[in-house]
Write a protein that binds this ligand. Structure first.
Ligand code: ARG
Length: 585
């Protein structure tokens, strides 16, 4: 919690007891930032919520309460408004001192978590040999941002890539390899698969049209799962090939992940079944082992089963997730487990979590949560496709973002008659292109679908990455123009807030810690985007109204500090979204 809110909250709690007795200990004073700066900085709605309990009019409660509140050290006199709101306006000197403290803090006043927790973020998680599609792109971008925010707080974050590396697709792939490239089964370098996805498509085609091929594929799955060394080697080869392809995307996006695929849990699956049997939850239904779920019913209103072992003895996606939950709790000691996938998997996770909970595998104090997101749509509002109707390859999509951002940049350079090196152009287009894709995704409420539009995400105006990067560049321009070293503005800096736009900017800057705290709780990166967007707007309003370099010395220094704080906040905030800044663009 923000230090100011914490202080106010404490004072309110004391005053509530002083005014109405010990019964009110622990009552939340409901302090919220005001919607309109005219009402001050914060507002307490506690009088309304206590009216019934105390049998008194809210305004009278507010009166009694402010009698007992002494906030004169940091606030202007409190005011009661409307039906009984208490408006709190922070003193200018207090805001100024808070800004000075922020300026002197390498973490911009954001405190690190006092009790860091082990948190697992399960994200990206594509499937070997299958397409890494835009759904995986969303998971990668959102999961990475969430992990970065938690890491910045100082949480002990484990970023896990739950790669689908153990499915039935391997039977097909191995059988196909035997046909087209048998030497690849034994020698690593014989295999130049090129695009593994295309290879998978051909194998799948053979599988669909040839019953003999089908049968062989099934046998291959059994061979692999029973630990046949030759199958294992081929499987390894295929995984390596896919991994290389995924890595290209991760490098482009600057993503770090620890791979722990489904195969990792293979040795633990039988234990899941045995333990479920022990708890008495396991039921055999038409040869399959399953757990009947609470709250999930079929059309006839009968409870739905979660199958954990198929009638042929095979395990499935759910069994693996159950084993993973246990491993993450027991061995990784996770206290918070976050799963980032599309909303289509909401039922899967709700069901798996329910079974784990009922089996007693989730201890008290351990949080397990699915973070769903919506679909990426083309400009026609349908699922994103290429012009020829194929699924979009992520690499092509990211490359196109870079190519387009380069074209925009080159046009701009021509218009401005600027000459820049190839190195500058390549670097800038890369950062802007990738940032645009990430930001377009993160700035949406993740639960909704969004329309993918290169034109919109690359625009210099609006809630876009280029707009945000440009605000940062603009501030760096001030320092270049005035030959100012922001890191050496001098010690004992006095901040003087005078103009309305300065106050608005200052208040917004001081909300950084509160906002990061919120994102870490509700895991909504779009809040951070919105915060940064408003910050850029407030900065622009300030900069349009208030001369900085031309101002007289004391005002100039103070305004330079506001510029510096804005730049540092933008840089930090963008870095938490996985976006790097540019000094010029
Ligand atoms: N591989 C899965 C997919 O592509 C996502 C895995 C998500 N994580 C998990 N623990 N189930 O849909």
């Amino acid at each position: 919690m923000n230090a100011t809110i914490a202080y106010l909250k404490n004072c309110f709690e004391q005053a509530l007891i002083a005014a109405f007795g010990n019964d009110l200990a622990g009552v939340d004073p409901v302090l919220v930032p005001t919607s309109n700066p005219q009402f001050g900085d914060y507002q307490s709605n506690v009088s309304m919520s206590l009216a019934k309990r105390l049998g008194k009019a809210p305004r009278a409660i507010a009166q009694d309460l402010i009698q007992k509140l002494d906030l004169s050290d940091i606030c202007e006199p409190l005011e009661i408004a409307g039906p009984g709101f208490i408006n709190i306006k922070l003193k200018t000197e207090y805001l100024q001192s808070q800004l000075a403290a922020m300026q002197g803090s390498s973490r911009l006043g954001v405190e690190a978590a006092k009790n860091p927790k082990r948190v697992i973020v399960d994200f990206s998680s594509p499937n070997i040999a299958k397409e890494m599609h835009v759904g995986h792109l969303r998971s990668t971008i959102i999961g990475d941002a969430i992990a970065r925010v938690l890491e910045f707080q100082g949480q002990d974050v484990l970023r896990l890539n739950h790669v689908g590396d153990w499915g039935t697709q391997f039977g097909m792939l191995i059988t196909y390899l035997q046909e087209v490239c048998p030497e690849a089964l034994t020698t690593a370098d014989a295999l130049d698969l090129g695009d593994l996805v295309a290879f998978y498509k051909k194998a799948k085609q053979r599988f669909d049209e040839d019953p003999e091929f089908q049968e062989k594929s099934r046998q291959e799955v059994v061979k692999l799962q029973s630990g046949n060394p030759e199958s294992h080697r081929t499987w390894q080869l295929l995984c390596d090939q896919s991994r290389r392809e995924f890595q290209v995307i991760y490098d482009l996006l600057d993503i770090c992940l620890t791979e722990r695929g489904e195969s990792f849990y293979n040795p633990l699956l039988q234990q899941v079944i045995d333990d479920l049997e022990q708890t008495g939850l396991l039921v055999e239904d038409q040869g399959a082992k399953c757990v009947f779920l609470e709250g999930f019913t079929n059309r006839e209103g009968e409870p739905l089963p979660l199958i954990v072992q198929k009638s042929d003895g095979g395990y499935n996606y759910a069994t693996t997730d159950l084993a993973a939950i246990r491993y993450r709790i027991q061995t990784d000691q996770a206290k918070r487990m976050i799963y980032v996938t599309d909303a289509g998997q909401a039922n899967h996770f709700a069901q798996v979590f329910q079974v784990a909970r009922r089996a007693g595998w989730i201890p008290e104090g351990v949080e397990i949560i699915h973070i769903p997101f919506g679909l990426v749509q083309g400009e026609d509002g349908k699922r994103l496709k290429t012009r020829s109707g194929d699924t979009v390859r992520l690499r092509d999509l990211l490359d196109e973002a870079i190519v387009r951002s380069r074209a925009d940049l080159e046009t701009r350079l021509k218009e401005e008659d600027r000459h820049e090196s190839e190195e500058f152009i390549a670097h800038t287009s890369q950062i802007v292109g990738i940032s645009a894709v990430k930001y377009a995704d993160l700035s949406q409420n993740r639960t909704s679908n969004y329309i993918f539009s290169f034109d919109k995400m690359l625009a210099l105006q609006g809630n876009t990455a280029p707009y945000m990067l440009y605000a940062y560049v603009r501030i760096q321009g001030i320092s270049r123009k005035g030959q100012i070293d922001f890191d050496n503005l001098g010690s004992d800096l006095k901040i003087l807030l005078q103009e309305e736009t300065e106050f608005a900017l200052a208040r917004h800057l001081l909300q950084l810690d509160e906002m990061i705290d919120q994102v870490s709780q509700d895991l909504m990166p779009n809040r951070l985007c919105q915060y940064l967007f408003e910050l850029s707007q407030k900065f622009n309003q300030f900069y349009d109204r208030c001369p900085v370099l031309q101002a007289e010395t004391s005002v100039r220094t103070s305004r330079l500090v506001l510029c510096d704080l804005t730049a540092r906040t933008l840089k930090l905030g963008l870095s938490l979204l996985g976006i790097g800044v540019l000094e010029r663009m």
